[in-house]
Design a protein around this ligand. Structure first.
Ligand code: HEC
Length: 112
């Protein structure tokens, strides 16, 4: 009984490998944007890269706003360069070029 269960799970694994993906390219892109390496782009750039207020805070008694501008208008080259260079606040992700392309196409996909 236990052995046949083992065989069954082996088959399932093989099947998973063969079909290659349980999710569509769009779903993959969305997951990547929302949770790459455990830190989410959408938390700082908005759900579709439109930019957002990250925080309001006081600095030397003055109200300050920490926010991002839209990242939708960047070319793929600019987008790539921004992800590769060292940034102030933004985490560095070490994304592969295919991940960068996936993220870029996610931001430029027509709205559902
Ligand atoms: C902790 C907040 C934070 C997270 C998370 C974050 N970013 Fe950023 N990002 C920023 C801030 C702030 C800037 C602009 C200032 C700077 O350089 O730090 C920026 C800049 C950028 C720029 C360049 C914008 C320009 O006009 O040059 C791109 C592109 C970008 N982020 C994409 C991403 C992507 C894609 C992800 C997810 C993989 C991501 N960011 C995650 C905060 C964040």
């Amino acid at each position: 009984m236990r052995f046949s269960f083992f065989i069954l799970s082996l088959c399932l694994c093989a099947f998973a490998k063969e079909t290659d993906s349980f999710i569509t390219a769009e779903e993959y892109a969305q997951h990547l944007y929302k949770n790459p390496r455990g830190i989410c782009c959408d938390k700082c750039h908005g759900s579709k890269g439109e930019g957002m207020v990250i925080a309001n805070y006081l600095h030397k008694g003055k109200k300050r706003v920490l926010k991002t501008e839209s990242i939708k208008q960047l070319s793929l080259e600019q987008f790539k360069a921004a992800l590769e260079e060292k940034r102030g606040l933004m985490p560095k992700y070490f994304l592969t070029s295919s991940e960068v392309k996936t993220l870029y196409s996610y931001l430029h996909a027509p709205k559902e």
